[in-house]
Write a protein that binds this ligand. Structure first.
Ligand code: MLT
Length: 254
């Protein structure tokens, strides 16, 4: 690794068993606020901004998913947290899966929300690298224009997401694209995990199709599939009750 772990910005709510929530691209921790607002009555919710996005430090334009996973472990160390349930939305899922693989003694559960175990296809890699070149040359306008309508079809939510994306530093956006394009395939790692894994999908998600997640959940030793026919990629914001229920009933003993 070339980049040292950094101190992530985070917000936290509630107390008790620890759940860490990692947001997607190119967003920030606020994606998870609706879920934390529900879960904070029962558990401790920690919502970091990933390196390069939100209020966390930017360290150039190249980092890796393993480095971003090490950042979250550093946050756990700072907060004296030995173990947590890690949930990831989309890109955050790539980081969560890496944590489960590389730090198995720190992760006791996984919430994979509108994310993907497979690595990028060659076509996806080429498109990402092209978009990254554009971001580095001309800034974030092009990625916001192409991503926003794919993130959500909900007209009330769209401007809120655009406002978050407009605050993202182009260097951080390019850094995440570099990390995603170079990430490993996590499918084999997930299949070896013995604890239950929550897998959640939205029927109207055009970024990660529902079928792919349903199939992944069936291939796991103990996959728990949750589905919303009305949600798109922004499942955590559109169906917070569903995701909160999934995580609480899977990981919290009454
Ligand atoms: C995300 O929502 O985090 C990204 O769309 C994930 C990706 O592009 O692979």
């Amino acid at each position: 690794m070339n980049n040292l772990p950094v101190d992530l910005f985070y917000e936290e709510f509630g107390s008790g068993q620890v759940f860490i929530f990692i947001h997607g691209f190119p967003l920030d921790h606020t994606t998870w606020l609706p879920i934390a607002n529900i879960m904070k009555e029962k558990v401790r919710c920690i919502l970091p901004d990933v390196r390069g996005l939100g209020r966390s430090p930017i360290t150039g334009t190249e980092a890796t998913i393993p480095e971003m996973a090490a950042d979250v472990i550093r946050l756990m160390d700072r907060l004296n947290i030995q173990q947590a349930v890690i949930s990831g939305h989309s890109m955050g899922g790539y980081i969560a899966m890496e944590m489960a693989h590389t730090y198995p003694d720190r992760v006791i559960g996984l919430g994979l929300i509108a994310t993907r175990a497979a690595a990028d296809t060659p076509e996806k890699m080429a498109a990402r690298l092209e978009s990254r070149r554009e971001v580095l040359k001309n800034g974030r306008a092009s990625i916001i224009k192409s991503m926003a309508p794919r993130l959500t079809e909900q007209s009330a939510l769209l401007p809120k997401l655009v406002r978050v994306m407009e605050k993202s530093d182009p260097r951080g956006i390019a850094m995440c694209q570099y990390a995603m394009v170079n990430r490993a395939d996590a499918t084999a790692w997930l299949k070896a995990i013995n604890y239950p894994i929550v897998v959640a999908a939205g029927g109207r998600d055009v970024i990660i199709p529902e079928d792919e997640l349903r199939q992944l959940s069936q291939e796991l030793k103990d996959g728990r599939f949750y589905y919303s026919p009305v949600a798109d990629h922004m499942l955590p914001i559109i169906e917070p009750e569903l995701i909160a229920r999934a995580l609480l009933e899977t990981y919290v003993k009454d």
